[in-house]
Design a protein around this ligand. Structure first.
Ligand code: HEC
Length: 401
């Protein structure tokens, strides 16, 4: 029952997180688009203090949007803030992280081959690292660096690289990616909470009192919302990364993450330029090329034993029998990957992947090879203690199958 509740919580929090994230990033994309598509309004609107207007049709309705230079003469009774999208994404993310990586620390957070942490110390370390990363970000936002986009990006990315490399020393590969996501998500939601919303509050207050809003405050809000904007594509990749073991489970997974982070920012840059009327396909193309260069670099060149190496082993081994492989699978995989798992953690086969007989093993040989030989992230957290020799035997078997 407990594991069933775990699964239901997992579904609920992940569902919530995706929906909230779509609402947040969707609203953010929409407003960037809106700002960049405003046209000069007619004189009568300008006289009212409107600096840009836009007409749109959507779902059977025609909409008129107007952006004020400072604000309307009188504050409207209903002003939409768009802040709960950010807060609920963060809250659902925190719930998901706590459930999977804290409650399920033994499976998802701790990797005994890196550091033999106890559940509580691993959790404390996780919170401490995210807190430390967030404080560092807040600190550099208070320096003059904030006004120099490129220098800021260089410092922030160097820090992120060191931070990611650091946590790679004691958290599981999968957890490393999710922690980077948690740190970036915390910085983004923190920007909304600590900077953007307070600055908007100040603006609304000033307008309602008939005063000029302090431009300095708005300027900082603008800068940090640019940070959020550049982080959107990288953070979406991190949200998806759990499906791509070849990235996080790679020997240099932390470096691949940083490289893809930069590629994501660079591609975002193309869209930002385009929105400002600067069309530079070279930015997009170089971003896509860089993506493939990273993919090429993380191809399993070194983990896959070459055919000759395997052949040499084959001379000694001559032949790997189905029975031998079946024994390995039974002792290392079916605890989880069965219609009736015996694992304490999983009561239904994870990812619906079942290895209950040899026919299934043969059918899914390629998948087994991918996760047990190439990325080596199965068995999960190597809970069933698969040995390297066994992985070699599987590789050999797949090769001859
Ligand atoms: C402790 C439980 C556990 C053990 C033992 C385990 N796995 Fe997994 N496996 C999981 C979980 C959880 C997932 C889903 C998450 C993921 O894809 O990373 C998964 C997913 C997979 C997938 C992806 C299936 C798909 O269609 O997406 C493959 C392939 C796989 N495991 C193979 C293996 C092999 C081969 C072994 C034995 C060498 C093994 N696993 C042992 C827990 C386990």
């Amino acid at each position: 029952m407990e594991t069933y509740l775990f699964e239901v919580g997992h579904l609920l929090f992940r569902y919530f997180h995706i929906v909230a994230g779509i609402a947040w990033i969707g609203a953010s994309f929409y407003f960037v688009w809106l700002d960049n598509n405003l046209t000069t309004p007619p004189q009568w609107k300008k006289d009212k203090g409107i600096e840009g207007d836009l007409w749109a049709i959507h779902a059977g309705g025609i909409y008129e949007v107007a952006k004020y230079k400072a604000g309307p003469e009188k504050m409207p009774p209903h002003l939409h803030w768009f802040k709960w999208e950010a807060y609920s994404t963060w809250i659902s993310g925190a719930l998901l992280l706590s459930l999977l990586y804290y409650v399920g620390a033994d499976v998802y957070l701790i990797d005994p081959s890196k550091a033999a942490l106890e559940q509580m110390s691993a959790i404390a370390l996780s919170i401490g690292c995210i807190g430390f990363g967030y404080l560092f970000y807040r600190l550099i936002c208070k320096t003059p660096l904030l006004n120099n986009g490129l220098a800021f990006a260089a410092v922030a990315l160097s820090f992120l690289t060191a931070w990611t490399w650091g946590i790679d020393h004691f958290f599981s590969d999968r957890a490393v990616y999710i922690h980077v996501g948690a740190l970036i998500g915390t910085c983004m939601a923190g920007n909304v909470f600590n900077v953007i919303v307070p600055s908007q509050k100040q603006m609304v207050k000033a307008i309602s009192e008939g005063k000029q809003p302090d431009p300095q405050f708005g300027l900082i809000a603008k800068q940090v919302s640019i940070h959020n904007n550049y982080a959107t594509l990288p953070i979406l990749f991190i949200m998806l990364s759990n499906h791509f073991a070849f990235t996080y489970a790679h020997q240099f997974g932390w470096l691949i993450l940083i490289a893809l982070f930069i590629v994501g920012m660079w591609i975002r840059h193309f869209f930002n330029l385009k929105n400002r009327g600067i069309y530079k396909p070279s930015v997009l193309i170089s971003g896509i090329v860089a993506f493939f260069v990273v993919m090429l670099a993380c191809a399993p060149w070194h983990t896959i034993k070459s055919k000759t190496e395997l052949a040499q082993a084959a001379v000694e081994q001559v032949h790997v029998s189905d029975e031998q492989v079946w024994q390995i699978i039974q002792s290392r995989c079916t605890e989880c990957h069965s219609q009736t798992p015996t694992s304490a953690m999983f009561k239904s086969p994870p990812a619906g992947f079942v290895l209950d007989n040899m026919a299934q093993a043969k059918q899914f040989a390629a998948l087994i090879n991918t996760r047990a030989v190439v990325t080596k992230d199965m068995p999960l957290a190597n809970l069933t203690k698969m040995t390297d020799d066994e992985r070699d035997l599987i590789a050999l078997w797949v090769e001859h199958n």
